[in-house]
Ligand binder design. Structure first.
Ligand code: NAD
Length: 463
């Protein structure tokens, strides 16, 4: 068994010894571990599909797209760029330091703790490990207990495919997480909600441990088809995907709600209904293309959102659910009151409120008056509006005419701002997030400027 037991101190000690031996710094070790992840994904594909279906009801095509395929892409990208990332970069030095050579040398941080979420149990665990090992660190991973089959597959397969003296999996929930947080790590990378994010940062502060926080929030989609042209079919497919087509809307960068012009809203509702049917059939309740809600607690939380009196009456499509198989139908709401929970808290499920505004430009003030989202989406080709949205709102990312796709692009940083988190990862940004960029200055003895040494006199100021 690769999963460590209660003796986390012993495990940390072992990882630290491995790190101190210099093994994980070797490019060959980093490569072998990245290849290990690729082999794991390939050889254990059916175990991964089964686990994702059991814990989250994900269809294997969705599972491949969002987890296996995404992680494999990132591992291959890291393998292709590792040499370049690991290399030191020359730094220009000013005349005052002449003669000298300056360089920037990335060094691994040490032993890092990765705490991950349940909605993409493989993507948000192996994806993070890719950055950590590419940067030469030893790792403890704590997957989420809310996807228990996936957690167990991770614990067992990682043991078989990766170097267990440097990478360990600890399974468990909040009490295990809290025990781990008592230890001194060199970095903590946390993916989850803001409440636990605060617990993590408070514990990390005691050891001055740097933290990356990948949190969530309410990601708005500004849908404007009055002030710009659009391709209805493509836009609708992307909106449906961005809301319902990945883990049933249990996605940190999923569309939380739509902002649109009042006079366009009835048309938009009809479009959405039409394309929900095209994507999930006439009876979406029976669709195997929509994942299930992770557990009863979240199922009840989502039902409670719909049952608030003024919210219930705003449902214009859907609203059905089946507690037995934890399924909630894609549901559209028109103008639920802004002070109800569905509009004040992250929805994290297949419920889509549409909020209507007089003009599409009003969406900018609407977004600005709320916490900074992880992602903002704008379905518009109106360049003036695009520019205003980029300049006048703040979010981890902003994507026009699509949703979620930004997550798949390794050349772009992924991360939040303000309440949606801090730090960034993916591709080279992951490597940097798990590295320290050390400034190295090598001076020569040929010339020396005397003005910087005492004894002081006014002549030295004139030089
Ligand atoms: P969560 O914060 O409840 O749990 C996250 C992890 O923290 C889990 O592994 C859990 O076991 C652990 N944990 C819980 N209590 C702990 C404690 N006291 N001490 C230490 N660890 C503890 O979040 P969740 O339910 O897994 O995920 C949902 C949230 O995560 C949403 O807000 C979502 O937006 C966010 N999220 C963000 C991203 C991102 O990349 N930014 C990705 C997925 C999910």
């Amino acid at each position: 068994m690769g999963a460590v037991g209660g003796d986390f101190e012993g495990d940390l000690k072992e990882l630290r010894e491995t790190f101190n031996s210099g093994k994980t710094r070797e490019a060959s070790w980093r490569r072998s571990q990245l290849h290990g992840i690729l082999s794991l994904l390939k050889e254990r594909e059916s175990d991964i599909f089964k686990a994702l279906n059991q814990d989250l009801g994900k269809h294997h095509v969705e599972a491949y797209r969002d987890e296996i395929g995404t992680v494999a892409k990132s591992a291959n990208y890291a393998l292709g760029n590792l040499k370049k990332w690991m290399g030191s970069k020359r730094a220009k030095v000013p005349l005052v330091a002449f003669p000298s050579r300056g360089k920037l040398v990335p060094e691994p941080l040490g032993v890092v703790l990765i705490i991950s979420s349940w909605n993409f149990p493989f993507g948000l665990s192996l994806g993070q490990i890719i950055g950590a090992i590419a940067a030469g660190n030893a790792v403890i991973l704590k997957p989420s207990e809310l996807a228990p089959t996936c957690s167990s597959v991770l614990a067992n397969t990682i043991y078989n495919y990766l170097d267990n003296s440097a990478i360990k999996v600890v399974e468990g929930g909040s009490s295990v997480g809290e025990k781990l947080l008592q230890l001194k790590f060199d970095k903590i990378f946390f993916t989850g909600g803001p409440r636990v994010g605060q617990i993590v940062t408070t514990a990390a502060a005691k050891n001055l441990t740097p933290v990356t926080l990948e949190l969530g929030g309410k990601c708005p989609a500004v849908v404007d088809c009055i002030s710009s042209s659009w391709d209805e079919k493509i836009a609708m497919k992307r909106i449906i995907w961005g809301k319902f087509g990945a883990c049933a809307g249990q996605v940190c960068i999923g569309i939380d709600y739509i902002l649109t012009q009042k006079k366009f809203a009835p048309t938009l509702v009809e479009f959405l209904k039409k394309y929900i049917k095209k994507s999930f059939g006439d009876n979406p309740m029976g669709s195997n293309s929509i994942a299930k809600i992770v557990n009863k607690k979240h199922f009840s939380r989502l039902k409670d959102l719909l049952n608030e009196p003024d919210v219930k009456t705003s449902i214009v499509y859907g609203g059905s659910s089946n507690e037995e198989n934890l399924f909630i139908e894609p549901t559209i709401l028109l103008d639920p009151p802004l002070d109800t929970t569905i509009m004040t808290e992250e929805i994290f499920g297949p419920l889509l409120p549409i909020i209507t505004l007089e003009t599409i430009e009003d969406s900018i003030e609407f977004i600005r008056s709320r916490p900074k989202p992880l992602a903002i989406y704008g379905f518009t080709n109106n360049e003036k509006l695009q520019k205003r949205m980029i300049c006048e709102t703040s979010s981890g990312s902003i994507t026009f005419n699509d949703a979620i796709t930004q997550y798949l692009i390794d050349t772009m940083p992924f991360g939040g701002v303000g309440g949606s988190g801090y730090g960034r990862y993916h591709g080279k940004f992951s490597f940097e997030e798990f590295s320290h960029l050390k400034a190295v200055l090598v001076r020569g003895y040929i010339i020396d400027f005397g003005f910087k040494y005492p004894p002081w006199n006014d002549k030295k100021l004139q030089l």
